[in-house]
Write a protein that binds this ligand. Structure first.
Ligand code: ARG
Length: 455
């Protein structure tokens, strides 16, 4: 029998029940739901809305139900629609009339908003931990590769030489900001909706501050209608997930390219690669491709919830039941992707030699050759043209710039001297960068030192 059966003359059809029910997916909120109910029952007891015995009995039974759910001893039913009514129904089966009193001064609307916020607090925490692991892996790899030279690209064309450490630290900064974004998002998740009732507040002398304290919320939401109607905190969470997935996806794209024979910069460990069912020689970077693909799925989760919320009149509408699956999916996907990604970069093999080779033959010292002429008083635009012609000549003759003879240099400009070789050696190009935050060896060492010092 439905808990809300009173007003109805006729039962809903089985198909309507099935369509309406969320227990299939919101059962994973059982712990949050029980935690919220325990706090609510304690508050009702403290405020004299329930007697001390009633409150204590409810708390004790809810704790037993929690243990039983965890032991797989509780069966949820579609008839009880969602996790909230399923647990309340088990409670009432066990303690009768007293169980029926739990829902005093509460609605499922503030209850579900509470459960969802508790769940997101936990997930944000888990993601924060995974991001911290990834950051640690990145800085550790960067420390190891401060001397590994690699082409830096723009338009996927070789542009200027950088160190692998510098490249990795670029991602470090992105993921560090992702972490900040989750922490900031948590500030708004961390507000208590419970006690708002269905939308207008309740007629009982409740103590919402006490609830916030019991449940570990930083603040109480000041408007009950807002508390039950909005899911902006979940949207923020989804957008944080989307941005982090985007960063992972870009990195994965590079790992996929780098692991191709064409690049040969890295080798992804066998334990994170797969083979082909037909081509015996293949070793595919499936994990990286999947993370790249899953970023699309997480953006979809964000779009779903944005669209679900758009146009909803205040306050609660059942559309909001559709908020859960995209959020669960995004959280699960990001959690799994972060874990796999970190292990993948910890175990990949870096081919320093191949990277250095690519850095040598990319004409990436052309800007430095131009700067050399600038230092000899030639205007930058003219230098740009001279070096451009030199590069064309070098390409046609299959040489790197520093493989040209002094005679060849002089045929482009008399301003070149013997020291040009030193100035345009790839390591010199890196060393010569002076601006703060550059790829120079010193700057990268400082970036690492700052990270290690927690700056
Ligand atoms: N299962 C519902 C949800 O997920 C709980 C809230 C139901 N509230 C209501 N007024 N029907 O949103």
């Amino acid at each position: 029998m439905k808990m809300w059966k009173g007003r109805f003359a006729k039962a809903s059809t089985a198909s309507a029940d099935e369509f309406n029910a969320s227990i299939g997916f919101d059962q994973r909120l059982y712990r949050e739901d029980i935690t919220g109910s325990i706090a609510h029952a304690k508050m009702l007891g403290k405020q004299g809305i329930l007697t001390g015995e009633e409150s204590a009995l409810i708390v004790k039974t809810l704790e037993e139900i929690l243990a039983d759910i965890e032991a797989g001893k509780v069966e949820f039913t579609i008839e009880n629609e969602d996790i909230h009514m399923n647990i309340e129904s088990v409670l009432t089966q066990r303690i009768g009339q007293t169980g029926k009193k739990l829902h005093t001064a509460r609605s499922r609307n503030d209850q579900v908003a509470l459960d969802f916020r508790l769940y997101l607090k936990k997930e944000t925490d888990a993601i924060d931990g995974k991001l911290a692991d990834l950051l640690e892996a990145l800085v550790t790899l960067a420390e190891k590769h401060q001397d590994t030279v690699i082409p830096g690209y723009t338009h996927l064309q070789r542009a200027q030489p950088v160190t692998l450490a510098y490249h990795l630290l670029a991602y470090y900064q992105m993921f560090a900001r992702d972490r900040e974004r989750f922490a900031d998002c948590l500030c708004r998740i961390d507000r208590l909706p419970l006690g708002s009732g269905a939308l207008a507040g309740t007629t009982y002398n409740t103590d919402r501050e006490y609830l916030a304290e019991e449940l570990g919320f930083a603040a109480v939401l000041p408007n009950g209608m807002d508390a039950v109607a909005d899911r902006d905190f979940a949207l923020e969470f989804l957008s944080c997930c989307s941005i982090t997935m985007m960063h992972l996806s870009r990195f994965c794209e590079e790992l996929i390219l780098w692991s191709s024979v064409e690049f040969g910069f890295i080798e992804i460990d066998d334990s994170f690669s797969t083979g082909s069912s037909i081509m015996p020689q293949k070793k595919n970077p499936d994990m990286a491709e999947l993370i790249r693909g899953k970023s699309g799925r997480v953006y979809g989760d964000l779009m779903s919830l944005l669209t679900i919320c758009k146009g909803l009149p205040l306050a609660y509408n059942k559309d909001l039941q559709e908020d859960k699956e995209p959020v669960f999916d995004a959280a699960d996907t990001l959690n799994a992707s972060l874990g796999i990604f970190t292990e993948m970069i910890q175990t990949m093999k870096v081919n320093d030699g191949q990277m250095a080779m690519a850095a040598k033959y990319g004409y990436m010292n052309a800007t430095d050759a131009a700067d050399y002429l600038v230092a000899r008083g030639i205007p930058f635009r003219d230098c740009h043209e001279i070096i451009g012609k030199m590069v064309l000549y070098a390409i046609q003759n299959g040489k790197a710039l520093d493989e040209l003879t002094m005679e060849e240099f002089h045929s482009f400009s008399p301003a070149f001297d013997e020291d040009i070789y030193d100035k345009i050696a790839i390591r010199s190009c890196i060393e010569a960068k002076k601006s703060a935050g550059s790829t120079s060896f010193d700057s990268v060492a400082k970036q690492i030192a700052d990270i290690r010092a927690g700056k």
